[in-house]
Design a protein around this ligand. Structure first.
Ligand SMILES: [Ca+2]
Ligand SMILES: [Ca+2]
Length: 102
C-alpha cells in the first residue's frame, strides 16, 4: 500500500524540474510512515512547524526517490524502497522519537 502510494507519487513527478507542478501525493508518503516523516521533517520542514506541507514534501519525495533508486532506472522497487527506508530508520530512527514535538 505504501509502496503503491510512493510509486504513484514518483510516477507523477515530471522528469524536468517544474516547481509549479505539485505532487498531491507527496505529503501522503510521509503522513503514513513515521520513519520517513521524521527524516523529511528534520530535513525539509522549512518553517520548522513540525509538519510537511505539500510544498515542503516535494523536494523530500524527490530526494528520497533519488536516494532509493540505487540503480538509477527511474523507478523505485519494493526492495529499493525498503532498503532506503531501512537506511533512513538506522540513521534517523533513533532520534525520531526524541525529536518529535510533544
Ligand atoms: Ca512545515
Ligand atoms: Ca530502481
Amino acid at each position: 500500500m505504501l509502496f503503491l502510494l510512493f510509486a504513484a507519487a514518483a510516477a507523477q513527478a515530471p522528469p524536468a524540474a517544474e516547481p509549479t507542478s505539485l505532487n498531491p501525493h507527496a505529503v501522503e508518503l510521509f503522513e503514513r510512515d513515521a520513519v520517513l516523516n521524521a527524516w523529511a521533517v528534520r530535513t525539509f520542514d522549512r518553517n520548522r512547524d513540525g509538519w510537511l506541507t505539500s510544498y515542503e514534501a516535494q523536494p523530500a519525495v524527490k530526494t528520497f526517490k533519488e536516494m532509493a533508486d540505487t540503480d538509477r532506472d527511474g523507478r523505485v522497487t519494493v526492495r529499493e524502497f525498503e532498503d532506503a527506508r531501512s537506511w533512513v530508520e538506522a540513521r534517523f530512527g533513533a532520534t525520531a522519537q526524541s525529536a518529535s514535538a510533544p
